[in-house]
Write a protein that binds this ligand. Structure first.
Ligand SMILES: Nc1ncnc2c1ncn2[C@@H]1O[C@H](COP(=O)(O)OP(=O)(O)OP(=O)(O)O)[C@@H](O)[C@H]1O
Ligand SMILES: [Mg+2]
Length: 433
């Protein structure tokens, strides 16, 4: 029986949630863990898949140090159950869950063994929550696609918004059709959280032709920050505590959202099973239709524009985008590249610059010009232009035939002054003419 067939016989499937976010350190693990603990506290059976490859992972946040991870299961050294860590309120954690990606490199029999075990495991829970690693690596992208609900964590930091935007753009390109939820972490208050969401949402409407679901905000909270250091998650505090309360609100929001989404017939393991089965043509699965270099380039520029518009105050981002783009344009420095760069510079609205900025820029441009092609020096012999002078032409009209002139020169005494020499040559010329 395949994983898919075994799914058909199950009455129960967990609700699956991926906690994700393009940027590191936005609070994915804190959110995933506290949400998982809150649901467990509400007597739900919850499995937390720790897909974070970083050190700041779930198990460390609760002070548990895994002896075995999914990697050991892959290697056939133990069963999936042996990796389970149990923490407060009976929450179960699978460490090293990002290793599930390696199923794709295993033999069909081996990967089926692992995925069947995962399928059986997840059917015992009400919720399976995945904490993904930051970035656009394949395991994280698959974990988002595998879950019913993708909760993208962002912060008011513009860099987190641009990274989240890139992440969503990538998953959309890979065929993701659901509406991601946005959770604004580390917000100063409700209005800031809402406006951060709206900025991201309007950028997505403009550039991706899609809209997001607003999952709410989690406040910037010193207690939460300390809880990570003390390895005592805020979800363990009394329910009346504001830090803990926030996650009750989040759990409610998640449940409302899940109730709006059709429940999947199959869980995470079945998703991976499909991916594994299509491994041979994985390149084609979920990836965009082939597009021309021109379209890809225009899309990329559109994306860059969106990212820069999202973060108008982020000078570092503009600096990085500018230098990398120019390095690309000038990678092949032929006459086309020079013209492209010239045209680009020419189209800048320099007149809008203040006097001081203009002078500053002009000084830089002069310096740059000197580096590219230094001005010719006064000494004509050391000038590179000298080398390009035409071959000297013998002036026959002034000096007569060359061999006659040579003879006259040889006849002159060695100690003759330049003056006498010129006079004698002139006399010689006259005598010849
Ligand atoms: N709401 C918050 N208020 C204050 N500090 C927070 C908040 N959320 C997270 N933090 C702090 O931010 C840091 C990063 O959090 P966390 O490890 O959860 O992020 P992450 O997105 O999982 O990071 P990584 O990408 O490295 O996995 C931690 O020190 C955590 O305590
Ligand atoms: Mg993390």
């Amino acid at each position: 029986m395949t994983v898919k067939e075994s799914q058909k016989h199950k009455l129960h499937q967990p609700r699956t949630i991926a906690i994700t976010g393009g940027k590191g350190g936005v609070g994915k693990t804190s959110v995933a863990l506290n949400l998982a603990l809150t649901l467990s506290r509400q007597n739900k059976r919850v499995l937390l898949l720790d897909g974070d490859t970083d050190l700041a992972n779930v198990s460390i946040m609760v002070g548990l140090y895994p002896q075995k991870t999914l990697a050991n299961v892959m290697a056939g050294e133990c069963h999936l159950e042996d990796t389970l860590l149990t923490t407060d309120y009976g929450l179960h954690i699978v460490p090293g869950a990002s290793g599930v990606q390696e199923c794709m490199d295993m033999s069909p029999a081996d990967s089926l063994r692992i995925l069947r075990a995962l399928s059986q495991l997840e059917s015992r829970y009400d919720y399976v929550i995945t904490d993904t690693a930051a970035g656009l690596q394949a395991p994280s992208l698959h974990m988002i696609a595998a879950a019913e609900l993708a909760c993208v964590v962002v912060t008011p930091d513009p860099a987190s918004l641009t990274d989240a935007f890139s992440l969503i753009k990538v998953i959309k390109r890979r065929g993701y059709r659901r509406v991601p939820s946005i959770l604004v972490n580390m917000a100063q208050g409700a209005s800031q959280a809402r406006s951060v969401f709206q900025r991201l949402d309007s950028a997505a409407q403009r550039h991706l032709g899609m809209s997001f679901h607003y999952m709410g905000g989690i406040w910037r909270d010193e207690t939460l920050r300390q809880s990570v250091i003390n390895q005592k998650p805020v979800a363990l505090l009394p329910v009346s505590d504001p830090s803990c309360r926030q996650f009750y609100t989040l759990a409610d929001m998640v449940n409302v959202r899940l109730s709006q989404l059709p429940q999947r017939k199959a869980g995470i393991a079945a998703y991976w099973h499909n991916v594994t089965r299509r491994q041979s043509n994985e390149e084609k699965v979920g990836l965009p239709q082939p597009v021309s270099a021109r379209d890809r380039c225009l899309n990329a520029v559109g994306e860059l524009e969106a990212a820069l518009t999202q973060a108008p105050d982020n000078a570092m981002l503009r600096y990085e985008a500018f230098t990398r783009l120019f390095a690309l344009l000038g990678g092949e420095l032929d006459s086309d590249a020079v013209e492209i760069i010239q045209t680009g510079l020419g189209s800048m609205a320099w007149e809008k610059l203040g006097r001081e900025h203009k002078e500053n820029l002009a000084a830089h441009l002069r310096h740059l010009a000197d580096e590219i092609a230094p001005e010719r020096t006064k000494d004509p012999l050391s000038s590179p232009a000298h080398a390009a002078l035409p071959e000297p032409v013998y002036d026959k009209i002034s000096f007569g035939e060359q061999d006659r002139l040579l003879r006259v020169l040889k006849e002159q005494p060695a100690d003759i002054s330049l003056d006498q020499l010129l006079r004698s040559l002139a006399g010689n010329d006259r005598s010849q003419s």
